[in-house]
Design a protein around this ligand. Structure first.
Ligand code: HEM
Length: 418
């Protein structure tokens, strides 16, 4: 683990590096030393053209939270919440405590403004990324549009369709607002969500949240590819921040797209995917590799080469059978099976104890950012034939419109209200 993290670690002591653009990542990596642990004092800028936490080199830890707005919240209240969240996030990401003057703290009789468990801890690469669920935009009947946002609803922000094999649990699904906190220290990520939840008291309530302990993606070519709980390298063919043209084509909502307020933003899909790992662990290595379409050790496509060799789906073995089965995960997820579409994956491993049968409640908390939800829908529909499905259950699901970045003095999502 230390070895992996060291690749984007030490060097830029205390320096705030730019939010999310290719240049800022290049700066971060130029400042990184190839040896040692990640620099805990690494602080990513909160302000910028895009929200941080998307193309930012994926940190090792996650706390993700989805909120429901309280029934009494109105438009001004929502703006107040987003303003308080913005002010707190701008400080937290720089390794500072929540300040007096928000919704909590501020008098001799009030509890402290900051809960305190991150005192003395550095920024640890914390990024805080906010998203808006479809519930913010009214129910479509006009009457329930309490934020006056129905006319600004992104036409593509529809609930995801039901996919084959979905076993969704309502308590792990949906949400009006979301916050993704990623950091290299779990206490820093948890502290951020805890304090932002506390600031929302009386305005928005935590609906569900998810901790992640090991990234299952790389979002920079300088990062080593980590492994998911099936033991396979995950993130090899991901969209990487250095691929500027691919990021622009597949991740950011363009100024020419609808709606204009979402320009520079993205759509975030979250799926809590339970892995039936006890069954998986009884599968022979060769079959595991056939199901994925890559070797377990090196992560190379079964058509040959090394990890970053492009898979050749036409390559055949001595018997004339394709070396990569047409039902392998990478065959069905590959752009060639999906009209060229790609997405930026940013998921995490999770283990949340065990179930009543003594099986680990483990899996992959899948997060993907894309310019249109259709990109996820197309790939997920293609994966209906995926042999891996026997070992997977999608139990949670949500989709959010993630607004673009902001300048100092603005609040997150401000363009939606102007
Ligand atoms: C690739 C595992 C769910 C989309 C991969 C790879 C592995 C993997 C091992 C190959 C390495 C790589 O290129 O990253 C898993 C597991 C999943 C899962 C264990 C569930 C627990 C999903 C879902 C989607 C998805 C839900 C999207 C709907 C992709 C894409 C690729 C990929 C687009 C790259 C394909 C390529 O261009 O070669 N996945 N995946 N995966 N996966 Fe998944």
């Amino acid at each position: 683990r230390r070895q992996l993290l060291g690749l984007f670690g030490a060097g830029a002591a205390g320096a705030a590096v730019g939010a999310a653009g290719g240049a800022s990542v290049a700066t971060a990596l130029a400042n990184a030393s190839a040896a040692g642990a990640p620099d805990p004092s690494r602080a990513y800028a909160f302000h910028g053209a895009h929200q941080a936490g998307i193309t930012t080199p994926a940190q090792d830890r996650l706390h993700f939270a989805a909120f429901d707005t309280d029934a009494s919240l109105d438009r001004d209240g929502l703006i107040g919440l987003l303003t308080d969240w913005t002010n707190a996030a701008a400080r937290l990401t720089q390794g500072l405590e929540v300040e007096e003057g928000g919704a909590v703290g501020g008098s001799d009789y009030a509890p402290p403004a900051d809960t305190g468990e991150a005192q003395g801890l550095p920024a640890s690469g914390l990024t805080i990324t906010f998203g808006f669920g479809s519930g913010l935009f009214g129910a479509g009947d006009g009457a329930s549009d309490r934020f006056g946002l129905a006319a600004r609803r992104p036409p593509l922000l529809e609930p995801l369709p039901r996919f084959q094999g979905d076993a969704l649990v309502p308590e792990l699904t949906g949400g009006d607002l979301c916050i993704q906190a990623c950091a290299d220290d779990p206490q820093v990520a948890v502290h951020a969500i805890r304090n932002l939840s506390r600031i929302a008291f009386g305005r928005a309530t935590l609906r569900w949240s998810q901790l992640g302990f090991g990234r299952t993606s790389s979002t920079s070519t300088a990062q080593a590819t980590p492994r998911n709980l099936f033991g396979f390298k995950d993130g090899t063919a991901n969209v990487k921040s250095e691929e500027q043209a691919a990021v622009d084509e597949h991740v950011w909502v363009a100024a020419s797209d609808e709606p204009a307020w979402l320009a520079g933003g993205s759509y975030l899909v979250a799926r809590r995917i339970r892995m039936i790992i006890e069954n998986w662990d009884r599968v022979q290595l060769g079959e595991q590799e056939q199901l994925v379409g890559r070797s377990k050790g090196a992560g190379a496509p079964l058509s040959g080469g090394t990890e970053f060799t492009e898979p050749d789906f036409s390559a055949e073995g001595p018997t004339g059978a394709p070396l990569i089965a047409p039902t392998a995960h990478v065959a069905l997820a590959h752009p060639s099976a999906n009209g060229g579409t790609r997405m930026l994956r940013r998921g995490y491993n999770f283990v949340d104890g065990n179930d009543a049968l003594g099986r680990l409640d483990a899996g992959l908390f899948f997060l993907s950012y894309q310019r249109s939800p259709q990109q996820f829908i197309d790939v997920q529909r293609s994966l209906a034939a995926d042999g891996l499905n026997e070992y997977l259950r999608h139990v949670g699901s949500a989709i959010f419109a993630v607004p673009g970045g902001i300048a100092e003095g603005e609040f997150v999502g401000q363009a939606l209200f102007t």
